[in-house]
Design a protein around this ligand. Structure first.
Ligand code: NAD
Length: 354
């Protein structure tokens, strides 16, 4: 039995494969542009220089000004630099932080944005983006933010250390898991999500054991792309809400927060999301989806407990209060007692029950 559904495919041209960054000049030209401003974080200026080198005389300059949480000042500054250099397109190189700046620029600009992701965050496939202005964070949903072209070159991820590669890949798996039971889940997004989890289940252990294993990197990046599509089209639930609350209120790192919370959010939702959990089991070759995810985290040496990533124990009650306010769509009712227990399990890093 297939229930009626709506599937909205998001437009993006994707070029995938080792070495494909060399297609960058041709892809810029294909967008009708000839002067690209290359954007990165300060830490990844080297990657921005690499992209500018590939672009040759199609590079207008480099702006290594992307920072966490996309402050609006950085958006205005990037646009000012682009105008000063007479740029006619943007190339963003990096993880969710650099990609986020490109998305913010695209929201209110005629100039096309092309993305070269270097982590597994998957933000380049979603129409959602957080901004900060005057200390206040807001989230916008708008399809204009999607990059016109995305080049996934697994060689660009070779420098991502295993200590961040593992959590970043788990961040991607979290996108796919929630897309499986999200508000807009449908047979197409579920196919994509399941394949994304499978690919990351193969790739992440290889990447974390041998960071220069290009085959593992390729699987992981392919999986992260799929998980990004799934999130963008399928939606999110309790897990993302908890990560936004806990990460935002206690200033915890993005990908490690997703890593720790995921098995516990899954255990909470499992009774109300049996078909989704069955797909996760099939993707990971396991019998219990929350346990399989917990064991994968352990196998790749990623963090398992909130107490190990900077969460104060006396913050658990406040986190619970915040998490039950304005809950996101979720397959299971969100109760205060249930969330307090979930966060306690995540704080101590307990293995979820089957
Ligand atoms: P990030 O982009 O902040 O990168 C983490 C650090 O790793 C940075 O210093 C970066 O320069 C460095 N780095 C990235 N790639 C590297 C590489 N290949 N080699 C060496 N260093 C590298 O981290 P992230 O996890 O990719 O993104 C997190 C941000 O993205 C958060 O702000 C999150 O909210 C956002 N995000 C948004 C969405 C969405 O759909 N809107 C989805 C996922 C994440």
């Amino acid at each position: 039995m297939i229930d009626p559904f709506i599937y909205t495919g998001l437009p993006a041209r994707v070029i995938f494969g080792p070495g494909k960054r060399r297609e960058l000049p041709a892809e810029v030209e294909r967008l009708g542009a000839s002067r690209a401003l290359v954007i990165s974080t300060p830490e990844q200026r080297g990657d921005a220089e690499m992209a500018a080198g590939l672009l040759g005389n199609r590079a207008a300059g480099i702006h290594a000004g992307a920072v966490m949480h996309t402050p609006m000042e950085t958006v205005h500054e990037a646009r000012r630099v682009a105008a000063e250099l007479s740029a006619d397109c943007y190339v963003t190189v990096g993880g969710g932080t650099a990609i986020g700046l490109g998305k913010a620029i695209a929201l209110d600009s005629e100039m096309p944005v092309l993305a070269l992701p270097t982590t597994y965050a998957g933000s380049e496939m979603t129409t959602i983006q957080g901004f900060s202005e005057g200390g206040v964070k807001t989230t916008k949903l708008d399809s204009r933010m999607l990059p016109k072209t995305v080049i996934y070159d697994p060689e660009l991820t070779l420098t991502l250390p295993p200590s961040y590669s593992g959590p970043s890949g788990m961040n991607a798996i979290a996108h796919a898991v929630e897309a499986l039971y999200g508000e807009h889940a449908n047979p197409i997004t579920s196919l994509i999500a399941e394949e994304g989890i499978r690919a990351l289940g193969v790739g992440l252990p290889k990447v974390c054991a041998a960071p220069d294993d290009l085959a593992g990197r390729t699987y992981a990046l392919y999986g992260s792309w799929l998980c990004g599509i799934a999130l963008g089209a399928g939606g999110m639930g309790l897990h993302h809400k908890l990560c936004h609350v806990v990460g935002g209120s206690f200033d915890l790192a993005h990908a490690p927060t997703h890593t720790v919370i995921l098995p516990h959010a899954m255990a909470y939702n499992a009774p109300a999301a049996e078909a989704a959990m069955a797909r996760v089991c099939r993707a990971l070759g396991a019998e219990s989806a929350p346990q399989a995810v917990y064991d994968l985290i352990g196998a790749i040496g990623a963090p398992l407990a909130l107490k190990d990533i900077g969460m104060p124990e006396d913050g658990l009650n406040r986190a619970t209060d915040l998490a039950v306010q304005n809950p996101y769509y979720n397959p299971r009712d969100v109760t205060r007692d249930g969330i307090r227990q979930l966060l306690d399990d995540a704080f101590h890093g307990r293995r979820p029950a089957a």
